[in-house]
Design a protein around this ligand. Sequence first.
Ligand code: SAM
Length: 278
Amino acid sequence: MFNRSSTPMMTSDPLIGDLLEKINTTYGIDFSQYSYSSLIRRISTFLTIKRIQTKEELINRIQHEKPLFESFLEHIAVPVTQMFRDPSYYKSLRELVTPQLATYAFTRVWSAGCSTGEEAYSLAILLDEEGVKKYRIYATDINHKVLIRAKEGIYDSSTLAEYHKNYTDSGGSRNFSDYYVTNYNRVIFDNVLKKNITFALHNLATDKSFNEFNLIVCRNVLIYFNKDLQNKVIELFIDSLCMFGYLALGKNESLFLTKFNDCFELVDKAEKIYKRIK
Ligand SMILES: C[S@@+](CC[C@H](N)C(=O)[O-])C[C@H]1O[C@@H](n2cnc3c(N)ncnc32)[C@H](O)[C@@H]1O
């Protein structure tokens, strides 16, 4: 599903431009519109962690060593996530968005930048509990390795206590343990949740719209992008949202500084949940 882009990298360090160009040519992933200051910082820590002496060495090795590229990808676009991460966000979805979705015969949701899938499973639980009749969640990410884990839906049990608390704080009133079984130190989410989720590769920077959605959830992803790419991705979301569909960005991101502010009505100021109005 990757498209290659020929956008030139405008940087003050030609080696960074060269590195990103080689990555795009070899793996079809274009980082040229990621936030430059954050790229510089992360590349520098990556060199230290991997004990790579120079950028030239990194450029040379990354083209031939796919595992090195895969760790680079995880270092640049960190796949940290949680079940019911930021419970107040899910609470707001329960109170302000799902009552509308529950009136539709079929609901389509896009979890963009879903990482290892906890966001998609949380949404499936939420939609089931709030009486959304039939639905499909399309959960996408740029990183194929996190999608493999997402499809399995198997997580480390050390996170369970926090997930139980998040679920309750999000307004969940059932027994959270009904949604999974444990096996030694692993938590395995119920197949019933999986049947309504499609996990797929999709690069927000270069791939196109692939459906029309009633709700798009994209959290902790736009922060990696520069302003131009943020605008481009919001435009992609507008193309992908049906009229009066919801865009739920969460606390860390906002439409405020993008040029599409007036296409949306604010639904929840704190949780940055918007409704498309034009
Ligand atoms: C910090 S995680 C956020 C996970 C989840 N949305 C959450 O808030 O818990 C960021 C995710 O965005 C993904 N990502 C980064 N750049 C992307 C792109 N261009 N297209 C799609 N996903 C991307 C990363 O691979 C990573 O899994």
